[in-house]
Design a protein around this ligand. Structure first.
Ligand SMILES: Nc1ncnc2c1ncn2[C@@H]1O[C@H](COP(=O)(O)OP(=O)(O)O)[C@@H](O)[C@H]1O
Ligand SMILES: [Mg+2]
Length: 432
């Protein structure tokens, strides 16, 4: 059993690439922590430094409170599973799993018992005599996991272990992996670029962007109260609607959030009103997830946005309507393959707000202190490629009998709105 502590860890490659930027993160004993971020954000580099396969350029790494940078990889009691794991093709499944034990001199009989236990825990007890070529992809992945855990490591590092499998199998193995690691009580750091995987598997999720930790918390915390615009945009499907809004304070009455052709009104007694009111006359980003939006009758009272369907997307269990509401959307770069690539050079960073600092550093003594801010530029700057016509994603029942061009009125749950400034930091209760 292990705790992991990363202290101000930075990794700069010889070519000057900053793969990991001043990362501080604590993982509790027995915890399942998922590191989430798009390709190239530094996830594998973090795991490889913990495993001892790379040295940090700066900072310290502690396992169970002891510095380990001087220790060789084999002395760290760590097991690692990669996306591109390799099994020994000429050995049986049983011999593949037992190989690390054989190397460390465990006798044949106890070895066979340990292999049997691990194999049945992984549901591959009946294929121990087969060769890897006679297994399905999922079974091979289980063998690789078995080989990693058979030595009972204190820490389990998994680097996108499911990304080569088809989606049905991925879903099945997700539950198996978390079930197994919890049963064994092994501290696990699991890396993925798949936000659904992170939200379903993690005790806590740490979200990375360009080597910088953005947010860390339970799935409920990071999904429900994302610390930055980037985290808000990364988590959830469909992605959060991010709309540009001008703020106008109507004293003692309400705060108008003006989207261009229409507006929403935040009641004066809403606890967030004070924080948002500081932006009077300025623009902010308002985030609305699809679950905050409900289609209503044309004459419905309350907080309503009116739009026209641009296009529909059918997902079987639901359909998504994308509405033109005459608003401007904010597009966050480098969310992954689906989003456009950022061509801007990162500019100078500014300190995070006090509230965000506290939030990132204060969660039960755990985890991240993050001194960089979310965006290196202002996403609200006119003329930037991060702004485009909004298409508000709204959930409908499957295959609705309407088509593009159809008008739709949408009730908005005002308590479910998220607010961010142009730099991507959350506007929250009581700061600025
Ligand atoms: N051995 C290396 N030499 C130079 N640059 C590297 C090396 N390994 C990774 N990088 C770079 O470091 C950054 C982070 O890579 P990596 O940790 O593999 O990201 P991820 O696992 O999140 O996809 C990327 O820009 C990548 O190109
Ligand atoms: Mg990687």
């Amino acid at each position: 059993m292990s705790t992991v502590s990363l202290k101000d860890v930075t990794k700069v490659w010889p070519d000057g690439t900053v793969a990991v930027d001043n990362l501080s993160l604590d993982v509790d004993d027995g915890e399942f922590l998922v590191m989430l971020g798009p390709s190239g954000c530094g996830k594998s580099t973090v795991l490889r430094m913990i495993a001892g396969l790379e040295d940090p350029s700066e900072g310290d790494i502690l396992l169970n409170g002891d510095p380990v940078l001087e220790l060789a990889p084999r002395d760290r009691s760590i097991a690692m599973v990669f996306q591109d794991f390799a099994l020994y093709p000429h050995m049986t499944v049983g011999d593949n799993i037992g190989f690390p034990l054989k190397l460390s001199g465990v006798e044949q009989l106890p070895r066979g018992e340990r292999v049997g236990d691990v194999a049945s825990a992984l549901g591959i007890g009946d294929v121990l005599k087969r060769k890897p070529s006679q297994l399905s992809g999922g079974q091979r992945q289980r063998v690789a996991m078995g080989r990693a855990i058979v030595r009972r490591p204190g820490l389990f590092l998994m680097d996108e272990p499911l990304s080569n499998l088809d989606s049905g199998l991925r879903a099945e193995l997700r539950a198996e992996i978390t079930g197994l690691t919890r049963e064994l009580g092994v501290t696990t750091m699991y890396v993925t670029h798949d936000q659904a995987e992170a939200l379903t598997m993690a005790d806590r999720v740490a979200i990375m962007r360009k080597g910088v930790l953005q947010d860390v918390g339970t799935p409920t915390e990071v999904y429900g109260r994302p610390a930055t615009l980037y985290v808000a945009a990364f988590l959830g499907s469909p992605r959060m609607n991010l709309l540009e809004a001008s703020v106008f304070v109507h004293l003692e009455r309400y705060i108008e959030l003006n989207f261009g052709e229409q507006a929403l009104y935040l009641p004066w007694n809403d606890i967030r009103s004070r924080a948002v009111s500081h932006y009077h006359g300025e623009r902010i980003v308002v985030g609305l997830r699809a679950e905050a939006l409900t289609p209503v009758a044309p004459d419905a009272p309350g907080d309503v946005l009116r739009g026209r369907i641009r296009y529909l997307e059918h997902h079987g269990h639901e359909s998504l309507a994308y509405l033109d509401i005459g608003a401007t959307a904010i597009v966050i770069d480098e969310l992954g393959p689906a989003a456009p690539k950022d061509v801007e050079e990162p500019g100078p960073f500014r300190k995070l707000s006090g509230a965000l600092q506290r939030r990132l550093s204060g969660r039960g003594g755990a985890t991240a202190v993050q001194t960089r801010e979310a965006e290196s530029h202002n996403v609200l700057d006119p003329g930037r490629h991060s702004r485009r016509t909004a298409e508000l994603a709204v959930r409908l029942a499957p295959y609705p009998a309407i088509s593009p061009g159809h008008p739709l009125n949408i009730a908005v749950r005002m308590d479910a709105l998220h607010f961010f400034d142009g730099r991507g930091a959350r506007i929250d209760v009581g700061w600025r």
